[in-house]
Design a protein around this ligand. Structure first.
Ligand code: HEC
Ligand code: HEC
Ligand code: HEC
Ligand code: HEC
Length: 243
């Protein structure tokens, strides 16, 4: 037994007596002398149980919180899907009086695809009046020559229309990267995901795939700062008054 523990052995009963005496004095309790040590023991046991209790596994969907691992839910961020597969409406009406749709492949499975087409100007038989200005792309850079009801990947696999962003992303890497980082394309819903979900726009909610460019914004003079101007005028008056 070393010196320190020997000292403790002598002193501990003394401290306990002191503790009993004090707590009896404070609470004016006539409790048996073993009650206060029991309370200390119970407190120690509670603390030990809490410390050894298995912690819940960190929830990946829970937001980091200043209060430690918590049950705060992060709502989802969804990207609005692209449009459904387009169809062409015919002049024929169905029983409800709505035009009968035909799928793109109805005609195109009977026609040889024209991979040379780069412009809408020479469309004379069909699709006249299509506004088209997208670099020097041929129509079949995006439309799938082997199935006109789908879009086309650069490796000539097909992309369903609702996944159109995949198509844009493979040629516009920087914008796609910015989009994913939240710096292009905007959002609707909640900035703070613990308050509610967020919905992102699809590329073609904003850009027409056939004529995607936005007109350049014209540079204009900076707006006049009226507050600053008033302050200047007041300062000038002040100067005059002092001359
Ligand atoms: C009624 C028949 C018909 C339907 C339906 C139709 N097309 Fe066409 N499409 C044509 C014809 C005809 C041309 C060639 C026009 C020309 O040369 O003046 C053409 C040309 C095209 C081209 C240019 C490339 C090529 O092969 O000539 C694309 C792309 C295209 N169509 C896409 C579509 C899509 C997408 C749909 C569905 C929304 C669709 N088409 C539905 C008849 C059709
Ligand atoms: C950059 C990719 C891209 C190119 C290039 C492209 N398209 Fe499209 N096209 C699309 C997408 C995406 C849609 C679906 C748009 C929608 O449903 O809102 C579409 C829809 C269409 C449709 C059906 C809806 C409509 O707007 O009438 C036709 C027809 C069509 N394209 C024809 C053409 C023709 C003809 C060319 C070439 C002159 C062409 N496209 C070039 C991506 C492209
Ligand atoms: C096969 C490659 C390809 C695909 C697929 C494609 N683009 Fe493009 N895009 C181009 C090229 C090439 C240009 C012309 C760039 C230039 O003129 O400097 C262009 C131009 C643009 C521009 C205008 C840029 C400017 O500075 O004027 C926008 C916006 C755009 N594309 C958006 C889209 C969207 C949205 C989609 C998906 C529907 C898409 N692109 C699909 C190749 C592609
Ligand atoms: C909320 C609408 C919106 C969405 C969604 C959006 N864009 Fe844009 N994008 C714009 C605007 C506005 C501009 C023009 C910015 C400018 O002229 O400074 C632009 C510019 C561009 C340009 C031309 C860049 C340049 O510097 O000239 C390309 C390419 C482009 N976007 C591609 C995409 C692609 C790909 C997606 C989807 C991943 C997308 N955009 C989603 C609004 C949008």
């Amino acid at each position: 037994m070393n010196k320190k523990s020997a000292l403790l052995k002598i002193k501990l009963p003394f401290y306990l007596d002191l503790f009993v005496e004090r707590s009896n004095a404070i609470f004016a309790l006539k409790a048996p002398r073993f009650i206060p040590p029991l309370l200390v023991l119970a407190a120690a046991l509670t603390l030990w149980l809490r410390a050894t209790q298995p912690q819940p596994a960190p929830n990946p969907s829970a937001a980091p919180s200043p209060f430690g691992a918590s049950a705060i839910v992060r709502h989802a961020v969804t990207i609005r899907p692209g449009p459904a597969t387009p169809v062409v409406l015919t002049n024929a009406l169905n029983r409800d009086g709505a035009p009968v749709p035909v799928s793109c492949s109805t005609c195109h499975s009977t026609r040889a695809p024209n991979v040379e087409r780069h412009s809408a100007a020479e469309l004379t038989e069909f699709h006249q009046g299509l506004a088209y200005k997208h670099g020097d792309l041929s129509c079949l850079s995006c439309h799938n020559a082997s199935n006109y009801d789908t879009l086309r990947n650069a490796d000539s696999t097909s992309i369903p229309y609702p996944n159109v962003m995949e198509l844009c992303g493979q040629c516009h890497g920087p914008q796609f990267r910015d989009y994913r980082a939240g710096a292009h394309g905007g959002m609707n819903g909640h900035w703070d995901l613990t308050k509610g979900p967020r919905e992102r726009n699809n590329c073609i909610d904003c850009h027409d795939p056939h004529a995607p460019a936005y007109a350049r914004v014209k540079p204009v003079f900076a707006p006049v700062d009226r507050g600053a101007r008033q302050q200047e005028q007041r300062a000038a008056k002040h100067e005059q008054a002092h001359e």
